[in-house]
Design a binder for this molecule. Structure first.
Ligand SMILES: Cc1ncc(COP(=O)(O)O)c(C=O)c1O
Length: 472
């Protein structure tokens, strides 16, 4: 039932419509006749113009109603109604077959499609409550061990050390490998800052190298060029779900006796030659931040096949405290522990990871189908030899001169999109470690991450792609 505050009879005076609009605060009144039929609308602008043109508050509105107005029928598809919100129209009356007012549609600026949403409708709540009711809510409790075992097994690796987040996982891995001052660690230019920061926390020197044009991942050729006698490790980042060329990287690492610490924060479940990422590095690190493929809210994990490193990481994670003697600290450690509550969510997330990945792949496929008509949008490659990428966020490239306009327009429409990472070498704080990285620079300027949330469907995807196309 429509509020009386929105409706005026066509026989009323200007002042009545003014009062109506004043009360409804929507800037418009729907005008009906005695048979309750909608005959037009009047906006606050219409009234302002009448007053400017010398009409008085007691003049009748009948002659001045906007009779050529936009309305929708009650049986119209919502998408069709949405299309009518243009040229500043923010409210649309909806009528029945007798032209009687039955409802109205209102443009909501806050309509929001998020970039990513955690999927928490499996056993997450059950296990979380179990952990909560057990009162083991800090970092001791069955779920931490269970999560470590289950996730490392999923990766095809023997041991897991859960951490407070992905950044602490990276730092813990490098610290356990004894990397520090005087050592050099090779990182890609296009990555999230955590990759390089973890190196800097150890006192080692990061060496930034360029990416491959097709995969957007660290370039093996550039790694070779960057190796010096001080190089100790390489951190390949499986960017936006795409696995790095692990064959080349492993070969280089073996030849030069370098550690590989994989940064798998964005690629849970991705594979190189049918082997999961996380199983190539001496230690590999994952993030379980809320927007990741699986999440624990905040959280991370180091996985390794090396028992000694596993034990070392467990000690370092827990203040460097001796396992045999409580409060005796053998090394300067950290508090990088994950809580039992986080791990409880993690256990439930691992149970459904294949299902989540399958769903994400399906969603990305729908994006690919919509984008296939456009010669102005390039979607991330999924056809590179030996690589099975996973769909984390949907990543596309557009004309660099229009990229920011696309970003702005989608944000205006309440759609959350992200520009690609800023290349590390372009940021002042990392300039001492930079090399010429023209490919990374170029990709970064063109890149956008699009939403991959539960509520996305083909219609929404089509809408997003047509919005992007219209700006391009
Ligand atoms: C490539 C990469 N490495 C590391 C991290 C750090 O993970 P966290 O945010 O859990 O600390 C992220 C997180 O977004 C990432 O994308």
């Amino acid at each position: 039932m429509i509020s009386n505050k929105l409706v005026c009879n066509q026989e009323v005076k200007i002042k009545d419509v003014m009062m109506c609009i004043n009360e409804n605060a929507k800037g418009i009144a729907f005008i009906i006749d005695d048979a309750q039929k909608l005959v037009g609308v009047m906006t606050d602008g219409d009234i302002r113009r009448l007053l400017i043109n010398g009409y008085g508050l007691n003049d009748r509105i009948k002659k001045h109603i906007q009779r050529n107005f936009i309305y929708a029928s009650f049986d119209e598809e919502p998408e069709k109604i949405i299309e009518k919100f243009h040229d500043g129209i923010k409210i649309i009356p909806i009528v029945n077959e007798n032209m009687q007012l039955v409802d109205y549609a209102e443009y909501n600026k806050n309509v929001h499609i998020a970039l990513a949403h955690p999927q928490l409708d499996g056993n997450e709540y059950k296990y979380l409550m179990d952990a909560f009711l057990s009162t083991w809510i800090s970092s001791t409790g069955k779920y931490v061990t269970q999560f470590e075992e289950n996730f490392s097994k999923y990766c095809g690796v023997t041991y897991g050390v859960a951490t407070s987040n992905g950044t602490t996982a990276l730092h813990l891995a490098l610290a356990a490998l004894g990397i520090g001052k005087g050592d050099e660690v090779i990182v890609p230019d296009l990555t999230f800052a955590a990759t390089i920061n973890a190196v800097l926390y150890t006192g080692a020197t990061p060496v930034i190298v360029d990416i491959e044009e097709d995969s957007w991942c660290i370039s093996p050729d550039e790694i070779i060029k960057a190796i010096t006698p001080n190089t100790k490790a390489i951190i390949p980042v499986h960017l936006y779900g795409q696995p790095c060329d692990m064959e080349q990287i492993c070969k280089i690492a073996k030849e030069h006796q370098l550690y590989i610490v994989e940064d798998c924060a964005e690629a849970h479940g991705a594979e190189w030659k049918n082997k999961k990422v996380g199983s190539f590095g001496i230690i590999s690190c994952f993030s379980f931040f809320g927007n990741k493929v699986i999440t624990t809210g905040e959280g991370g994990m180091c996985v390794t096949d090396d028992k000694k490193l596993y034990e070392k990481m467990r000690i370092l994670r827990d203040h460097g405290m001796s396992k045999e003697r409580k409060y005796y600290h053998e090394v300067i450690g950290f508090n990088y522990r994950m809580t039992n509550l986080q791990a409880a969510i993690g256990v439930a997330q691992v149970e459904r990871i294949d299902q989540v990945l399958a769903w994400r792949t399906k969603l990305e496929k729908q994006y690919r189908e919509c984008i296939s008509d456009s010669d102005k949008i390039t979607i991330q490659r999924n056809d590179l030899a030996n690589r099975k990428k996973i769909a984390w966020l949907v990543s596309i490239l557009v004309d660099e001169d229009r990229r920011d306009s696309v970003l702005k327009e989608l944000k205006n429409q309440g759609i959350d999109v992200r520009a690609f990472f800023v290349p590390l070498s372009e940021m002042d704080i990392y300039k001492d470690y930079a090399r010429e990285c023209s490919r990374s620079k170029q990709i970064s300027k063109m890149g956008l991450n699009l939403p991959t949330t539960y509520e996305m469907d083909k219609k929404k995807i089509k809408n997003i792609i047509s919005l992007i196309s219209s700006v391009l």
